[in-house]
Design a protein around this ligand. Structure first.
Ligand code: NAP
Ligand code: F7E
Length: 330
């Protein structure tokens, strides 16, 4: 496996940066695609910037994808790029569709044109289950997306299957439930809570405004989930897999655990049902069944929800102390 080439779209994102770490460890030559921005946003890949090749390409521009595939001739392409924040998908539904839905077709067409032997991973999402039709959700559960993001991901999922069946591509779709860690964007609820708990513990903030505290998610640890992405592309046959922990927690549980980790009572700081953080249509409850991935990929999660939240709060405490030049414990 030494010196295989892999291309990652979305390498500046949470998963892209973890996948780049993982593939470098495996000896891959890693090519990371970045879209052009007026200022660089390489925070998550700063530690590996000299070990990977960064190339400009955009999911909105198919020629840029074809060119990069022709130039670097990868064995594997991981399509992690997306407009991935659910609330933004109501504010920018067309942009979300262009990137998160049609972007998948552009990448699949680029592969078909440049080299149909390339193995392809599509980042599908538990948001496709939305208003769930059964509990827990498996690869066979019907979809009922509840946001423009979820709808776009359903399109990306089915176009991946369609290109596999139409053109015999080695195309896999990973239906990943929420996964988090210290590199999670600040707007997602686990990081928002971890970061605020750390700020309040350090006396840098007084309150935390949130939306619906009763929503439940099956939250896992991002480095575990990128391992599953890689495993899917190492199989003899392309297939689709649910990746989840099989355990659910509410946003309220998340708050309690995060604040308890800094010896605080969340009820004194959290303001719930903040109108700006409520969604036009909510996904109340997601719980995944990853039996197929466990059996066929030998995949298992390695970090519990409680461990992950503590780890995230600790990482934010350390970063904030450094930023504000604070010394001593919180
Ligand atoms: P993320 O942190 O939001 O990263 C998204 C990445 O996509 C960023 O690198 C972003 O670049 C890039 N991107 C956005 N628009 C682009 C465009 N037009 N062309 C090229 N790149 C573009 O997301 P993540 O949490 O790592 O998730 C990775 C993938 O898995 C996404 O497809 C997401 O929808 C999906 N997913 C995530 C989860 C989860 O819980 N994390 C669960 C299921 C599925 P910039 O840095 O320039 O913005
Ligand atoms: O919300 C509730 C919110 O934004 C989780 C993306 O990676 O995972 C992610 O999507 C829950 C929702 O993630 C706040 O209403 C309450 O019920 O962290 P989130 P998400 O929408 O589940 C899926 C699998 C993806 O594919 C997506 O790309 O938490 N919630 N109060 C809040 N959420 C946010 N963001 N902020 C709040 O203040």
């Amino acid at each position: 496996m030494a010196h295989q080439t892999a291309i990652i779209s979305g390498v500046t994102g949470q998963d892209g940066s973890h996948l780049a770490d993982f593939l470098l460890e495996k000896g891959y030559n890693v090519i990371g695609l970045v879209r052009r921005t007026s200022t660089v946003n390489f925070e998550r890949i700063a530690h590996i910037q000299d070990k990977i090749t960064i190339v400009q390409a955009d999911l909105l521009d198919e020629v840029s994808l074809i060119d990069v595939l022709r130039e670097y001739r990868p064995r594997e392409v991981y399509n992690l790029a997306a407009q991935s924040f659910v609330p933004t998908s109501w504010k920018q539904p067309v942009l979300t569709g262009e990137v998160t839905a049609l972007g998948v077709t552009r990448m699949l067409d680029a592969i078909r044109i440049a080299d149909p032997a390339i193995r392809f991973y599509q980042a599908s999402s538990s948001e496709m289950f939305g208003k769930v039709r059964e509990v827990p959700q498996t690869e066979k559960t019907p979809f009922y997306p509840r946001s423009p993001y979820g709808v776009a991901k359903v399109y990306g999922h089915w176009i991946t299957i369609n290109y596999r069946e139409s053109y015999n591509l080695f195309a896999c779709s990973g239906i990943l439930f929420n996964h988090e860690g210290p590199r999670r964007g600040l707007e997602f609820v686990t990081r928002k809570v971890a970061h605020s708990a750390a700020k309040i513990a350090l006396g840098l903030a007084k309150e935390l405004r949130l939306g619906n505290l009763e929503a439940k998610r099956d939250w896992g640890y991002a480095p575990d989930y990128v391992r599953a992405q890689w495993l899917m592309l190492q199989q003899d046959q392309p297939d689709d897999y649910v990746i989840a922990t099989g355990k659910e927690h509410s946003v309220r549980d998340l708050c309690r655990i995060a604040f308890e980790s800094v010896d605080l009572d969340y009820t004194r700081y959290v303001i719930e049902n903040n109108p700006q953080d409520l969604r036009p249509a909510e996904v109340d409850h997601l719980l995944g069944d990853a039996s197929k991935a466990r059996a066929k990929l030998g995949w298992e999660p390695s970090v519990t929800f409680e461990q992950m939240i503590q780890l995230m709060v600790e990482a934010d405490l350390a970063a904030l102390k450094k930023t504000y030049n604070l010394i001593g414990d919180a």
